[in-house]
Design a protein around this ligand. Structure first.
Ligand SMILES: *Cc1c(COP(=O)(O)O)cnc(C)c1O
Length: 235
């Protein structure tokens, strides 16, 4: 078994152990975060059974999505966009991804809705919520979530709102992270009762995955524990 397959095996086991320990009988899906990583790494994860991949940079993702299809002739793979969305890139984002997890304002929702190709099915989206108000730049403030959700429901027929995505505060204080996770879990549950497609709470990364599962995450986004640490320096 290669390194990536081995890492996936470990992560999948951890997810399941954690689910059982906190008496959850629903599923927690794994999103493999492949930003900055080459196609061969994605193919190794694909061969290990993974089908959901997360990318942060539009240009990089566009190239990889196209090449993956061409090089391997495989199309049963789902691409998730999890990075900040600039409005001048929204047209590409609207049309090359299966799910967009980082919708954080009306303007972006409106553009994705207008720009999604008529021949494609409705685009699955998550609203990214800023759960640690002061420290983060991206994400919709909790106070504005209701108006954004309502806007999407009333004005965006080409978007299918599936839930929320959150990134925890960058801190070692796991109690603080847990407070934030539980707060968004409660908000998520109230929407889940009202809206039928609301089924995804994307929460937890390599460093806080287990805490997130304990707090009700339905999707963890794992990069470095699968593909190794990222190297951002350009050759
Ligand atoms: C990079 C990234 C991840 C994965 O982070 P790891 O710590 O490598 O697991 C998850 N979510 C988002 C939004 C990211 O940008």
């Amino acid at each position: 078994m290669g390194m990536i397959a081995e890492n996936i095996d470990i992560i999948v086991k951890k997810i399941n152990t954690c689910r059982l320990e906190c008496h959850r009988d629903d599923t927690v899906s794994l999103l493999c975060v492949s930003k900055t990583k080459p196609l061969e790494d994605i193919k190794a994860a694909y061969d290990a059974g993974q089908r959901h991949f997360g990318e942060n940079y539009v240009q990089e993702a566009a190239l990889k999505i196209e090449q993956f299809k061409q090089n391997y002739g495989l199309s049963d793979i789902k691409w998730h966009f999890i990075g900040p969305i600039q409005s001048n890139k929204s047209k590409t984002v609207a049309n090359i991804f299966d799910m967009v997890e980082s919708v954080d304002r009306e303007k972006i929702a409106r553009r994705l809705n207008e720009q999604r190709d008529e021949n494609l099915p409705a685009l699955d989206i998550l609203v990214q919520v800023n759960i640690s108000d002061e420290a983060q730049k991206s994400g919709c403030a909790i106070a504005n979530v209701d108006s954004l959700v309502t806007y999407i429901k009333d004005n965006c027929p080409k978007l299918r709102l599936r839930g929320f995505m959150v990134i925890a505060l960058d801190t070692q204080d796991i109690a603080e992270i847990k407070r934030e996770f539980l707060k968004i879990r409660d908000i998520f549950n109230t929407y889940k009762e009202k809206y039928k497609h609301f089924d995804t709470l994307s929460m937890g990364m390599t460093s806080d995955m287990e805490c997130a599962i304990e707090c009700g995450s339905t999707q963890v986004r794992i990069g470095s524990a699968i593909f190794g640490s990222r190297n951002y320096t350009k050759e």
